[in-house]
Design a protein around this ligand. Structure first.
Ligand code: SF4
Length: 337
């Protein structure tokens, strides 16, 4: 599937280019210019080492990422799981974040590059389909160092970059040939909305440039034995009261990428943390159906939807104070269209 030596070479190059950010961080568009070796005063509040909140097999990602999960387990061979590593801190920090315990409240444990590499290898030992880096943006340098160690020790499964798309173009260009599957969000369209909920007026402008670059690098999703090995899936969480923005986002994808681009349209919004205004309620089923009709009218061919209308709180919001933060049975996404 890939040549390890080539990956290691690319990792070494990326580490050498990006490491100057440790002294003056511009790893994301916040461009805080802080010395992360000395202090954690940037927007993401992290230093030079990775901080991990949770690592384990995850069964709620899109089917070719997580594997098909059959519950209750009637066919054990179906259980695969994505090898998720949830990083603490965030460079976007949406006010309604369902992972606020780790993105805002910084729950997690600081670990060395070697420990992070061992986590990756232990996920591979557990038969994970991939290494799924969740919110990697602000910790990309220790992640790259750990990947290098892990490849030298036998890591061989695809790497998934699961991010909010509020990224530096330079960083993403340096991940070419390192990341196998990009799983970016495309969250907001209006600058006022992204300013209000994430203090990032330029979100759409930045994220669309980043997603174009990701698409150029990896293209449409490719599979081996039914599981994704390379490509791009764009995620969009439909927000209550913001359907017109969702339409604009879908139109942008259609006009700028392709009707073949893989989408994941999520219905699972639930007010969390500091959700305010229209976001103080759950998404209505009618809103989600209107969005799905638009997806169909535009002619997208590859769309994951949450067919069970997933906003029953008990199953959706992970609790990172628990050893197993997720409850799997209700969390699944199906391919549609
Ligand atoms: S990664 Fe963190 S410190 Fe660096 S620019 Fe982004 S928010 Fe600021």
């Amino acid at each position: 599937m890939f040549k390890v030596k080539e990956k290691i070479k690319k990792l070494e190059r990326a580490i050498s280019i990006l490491s100057e950010n440790e002294r003056e961080c511009r790893l994301c568009p916040r461009s805080c210019k802080v010395n992360r070796a000395k202090e954690r005063k940037g927007f993401c509040k992290t230093g030079n080492n990775a901080i991990v909140a949770y690592s384990g097999l995850h069964f709620g990602e899109e089917p070719p990422i997580s594997g098909y999960y059959d519950y209750p387990m009637t066919d054990k061979s179906l259980k695969k799981g994505s090898g998720t590593i949830f990083f603490t801190g965030c460079n976007l920090k949406c006010t309604f974040c369902q992972n606020y315990q780790i993105s805002w409240e910084m729950k997690g444990r600081e670990i060395s590059d070697e420990e992070l590499a061992d986590l990756m290898l232990s996920l591979q030992d557990k038969k994970a389909l991939n290494i799924n880096l969740v919110s990697p943006t602000h910790l990309i340098i220790p992640i790259l160092r750990a990947l290098k160690i892990a490849y030298n020790k036998g890591l061989s499964i695809p790497v998934v970059y699961n991010s909010n798309a509020y990224e530096s173009l330079e960083v993403i260009k340096n991940l070419n040939g390192i990341v196998d599957i990009y799983l970016p969000d495309l969250k907001y369209f209006n600058p006022e909305t992204s300013e209000k909920y994430a203090q990032a007026r330029d979100y759409f402008q930045v994220a669309t440039k980043i997603i174009k670059e990701m698409y150029e690098q990896v293209g449409d999703l490719r599979f081996e034995n039914g599981y994704a090995v390379k490509g791009l899936i764009i995620r969009h969480l439909v927000l209550p009261g913001h359907i017109k923005e969702t339409f604009k986002i879908l139109e942008w994808i259609y006009n700028n990428l392709s009707e073949k681009a893989w989408l994941s349209i999520m219905s699972q919004y639930k007010p969390c943390f500091k959700a305010s205004g229209p976001l103080e309620r759950k998404l209505r089923r009618e809103e989600y159906e209107i969005v799905l009709k638009k997806v169909e009218d535009l002619g997208f061919e590859n769309v994951f939807i949450q067919s069970e209308f997933l906003n029953d709180d008990e199953h959706l919001v992970p609790d990172f104070t628990k050893e197993e933060p997720f409850k799997w049975p209700e969390v699944r996404k199906d391919k549609s269209i």
